[in-house]
Design a protein around this ligand. Structure first.
Ligand SMILES: Cc1cc2nc3c(=O)[nH]c(=O)nc-3n(C[C@H](O)[C@H](O)[C@H](O)COP(=O)(O)O)c2cc1C
Length: 204
């Protein structure tokens, strides 16, 4: 059975994005082996002085970190290995300030690792995760579906670009306008469930 990794960042009580993810899980749990990473509880390490320098030295310079340095890299290495074991990845996230929440970006910063998920060649950067596919399930308060707002959606393009660096193709199912269309929210959620149905038949 193929493995699906859900990267979940839905800390708000009664999260609408989580409703989409719950439906996805309920619908597909018999067809794929699902594991869930809750980024609000298991947050990746930010790349700061102490861990960034040994990370760069190891991944780009081939320098073996000391045990103490490696222990600072362990958490993000584990997250990377978790990604490498998955066939499908589903990122579940609201839009924050026109983009991905910092917690979700921190996950990408943790798992985009030279020599593990991508490599630098003479022809440029090449993803090492061929065969994997990703889905982004997202919601936003405003409607980013048409211009001028469409160009201000940096969330789904950023996720797709980060995945593409690793060689992973990405699709997204977005419920734009949870606040703008608050009076029609239930109706909009139902249309997204139908999109998840169609999408799931394609994957599984
Ligand atoms: C910190 C924060 C930043 C947000 N920034 C934006 C934004 O830039 N654009 C937008 O349309 N909605 C924004 N929103 C609204 C959320 O994207 C929207 O309510 C979303 O549906 C919340 O998802 P949830 O129900 O899963 O928490 C923001 C909400 C929060 C809490």
């Amino acid at each position: 059975m193929k493995k699906t990794l859900i990267i979940n960042y839905t800390p708000r009580e009664n999260s609408n994005t989580k409703k989409m993810a719950d439906y996805f899980i309920q619908r597909n749990k018999d067809k794929t082996q699902i594991s869930i990473l809750d980024l609000a509880e298991n947050t990746p390490d930010l790349l700061l002085k102490e861990n960034l320098n040994p990370l760069v030295a190891r991944n780009f310079g081939g320098i073996t970190p000391s045990d103490a340095q490696q222990s600072l890299l362990d958490k993000n290495d584990q997250l990377t290995n978790q990604l490498l074991e998955a066939d499908y990845i589903v990122v579940v996230t609201p839009v924050y300030n026109y983009s991905l929440p910092a917690t979700v970006k921190a996950w990408f910063d943790a798992v985009i690792q030279a020599g593990k998920t991508f490599t630098a060649t003479e022809k440029g950067l090449v993803g090492l995760c061929e065969g994997k596919q990703a889905l982004v399930l997202t919601t936003s308060g405003s409607d980013f579906g048409s211009e001028p707002m469409k160009s201000l959606n940096f969330a789904t393009p950023l996720a797709a670009t980060c995945f593409s660096l690793m060689g992973i193709t990405t699709e997204s199912i977005a419920l734009f306008g949870t606040q703008q269309y608050a009076d029609k929210l239930e109706e909009l959620l139902e249309t997204k469930k139908t999109e998840i149905d169609t999408f799931s038949k394609n994957w599984y």
